[in-house]
Design a protein around this ligand. Structure first.
Ligand SMILES: Cc1cc2nc3c(=O)[nH]c(=O)nc-3n(C[C@H](O)[C@H](O)[C@H](O)COP(=O)(O)OP(=O)(O)OC[C@H]3O[C@@H](n4cnc5c(N)ncnc54)[C@H](O)[C@@H]3O)c2cc1C
Length: 357
């Protein structure tokens, strides 16, 4: 029987590894379980989709599911969620789109479950009109909220049976948006919202924007934003969101309450480690999966990119290897190669982003 290489998660890291494994060892059965409906998407383009520069979400997809299946011979299963890993039995439990459950055996396993956006622990984050941005569906929801244009995919909208969607369209589009967090997502979304003629209030807890960059870059960006009438609130922590009849109406800080119609929180990410944690796979100092420099975890499945703690970088720092979209490819090339006869070693990951506190 052919070797079974199972991958959990079908975005940048998972699909790079699956493709690399198939290229290197075509006889291997490569099976990818992705719980969502999208694979190999460029989340980096979502702010430009929201802005309107990119017309359709499909334009952010680099390789389609059909191409992975037909041209790369990868057994890709969309809307399949892995619910447990059993490292002793070398199986994963999976729930399919119709709720069917089954076990899948593996010879090697890659955990490429990525990360999710943080919702800070403060009142009001569950109000309507409050968003985070880490997925294609979140990007679609934000664009629809801003433009009040329900998409083709909203069930029942076009035949008039979805009255919630109709009511939603009848209300006024937002005029003022608060961005909580002055990192790159906050800045890219500011551009998108200004282009859509929204008034933007940008809140940053620290003393300068883009804390991963130096002050010179940050002050240049700040002046540019102010020239476009963006309200830049530095050293200002948002302590809660205020609502009326379930919809957000204001942002609260220590000194003020500022009226807004919409909020997007860009306060960092946390790794998706529940599966690993429940399988007693060790975690590192950031809370992400601990791996050695070959991407191996404490119980031998591999882990990749956003959900793993990288080994120390040349700078000596150990960090959650979040961000550069180029990184999932190189890191997972390593995991996909190392599971075969040759091994690749990661030189480490330099810290380019801070974890939320
Ligand atoms: C708005 C935005 C802008 C960005 N801009 C840039 C940029 O300009 N440059 C850059 O380099 N990077 C950028 N990034 C970061 C980049 O998108 C990420 O580094 C990259 O998406 C990480 O890929 P990943 O495959 O590790 O994880 P993810 O993209 O998080 O994918 C993980 C996948 O695993 C699936 N999954 C999770 N759990 C399960 C389970 N139990 N069963 C099955 N499937 C599961 C999820 O559905 C998801 O599809 C940006 C990100 C965002 C959100």
């Amino acid at each position: 029987m052919a070797e079974q290489f199972v991958v959990i998660g079908g975005d940048a890291a998972g699909m790079s590894a699956a493709s690399k494994a198939k290229r290197d060892t075509p006889d291997t059965d490569v099976i990818v379980f992705e719980r969502g409906e999208w694979v190999a998407y460029g989340a980096c383009g979502l702010p430009y989709y929201i802005k309107g520069d990119i017309e359709a979400l499909d334009d952010l997809v680099s390789v389609t599911p059909t191409e992975f299946i037909n041209e790369r011979d990868i057994d890709l299963r969309l809307e399949h969620e892995v619910t447990t890993i059993d490292p002793e039995a070398r199986t994963v439990s999976v729930v399919g789109p119709d709720g069917e459950q089954f076990e899948q055996a593996y010879d090697s396993l890659l955990i490429a479950t990525g990360a999710h956006a943080v919702r800070p622990d403060m009142p009001g984050t569950d109000l309507d009109g409050v968003f985070t941005l880490h997925s294609m569906t979140a990007g679609r929801d934000i664009r629809e909220y801003v433009t009040r244009a329900r998409s083709e995919r909203t069930p029942g909208f076009h035949d008039g049976t979805n009255t919630a969607a109709q009511t939603y369209l009848d209300t006024q589009p937002p005029e003022t948006v608060a961005l909580v967090g002055g990192g790159y997502i906050g800045i890219e979304l500011t551009e998108a919202f200004v282009a859509n003629e929204l008034t933007v209030e940008l809140f940053q807890r620290g003393s300068h924007l883009l804390s991963d960059f130096g002050e010179a870059v940050a002050s240049e960006v700040e002046s540019h934003l102010r020239e476009h009438d963006v309200g830049v609130h530095l050293d200002t922590e948002v302590t809660g969101l205020v609502g009326d009849e379930g919809t957000v109406t204001a942002v609260r800080t220590a000194n003020a309450e500022i009226d807004v119609d919409m909020v997007v929180i860009g306060a960092g990410v946390r790794p998706n480690v529940d599966l690993a944690q429940n399988a007693n796979i060790e975690r590192g100092p950031t809370g992400a999966i601990a791996t050695d420099e070959y991407g191996r975890t404490s119980v031998s499945p591999f882990s990749s990119q956003s959900c793993r703690t990288a080994p120390p970088s040349p700078s000596g720092c150990s960090t959650l290897s979040f961000a550069p979209a180029t990184k999932p490819s190189s890191e997972t090339d390593m995991s996909a190669t190392t599971r075969g006869p040759s091994v690749l070693r990661s030189p480490g990951v330099a810290p380019i982003t801070s974890l939320p506190s």
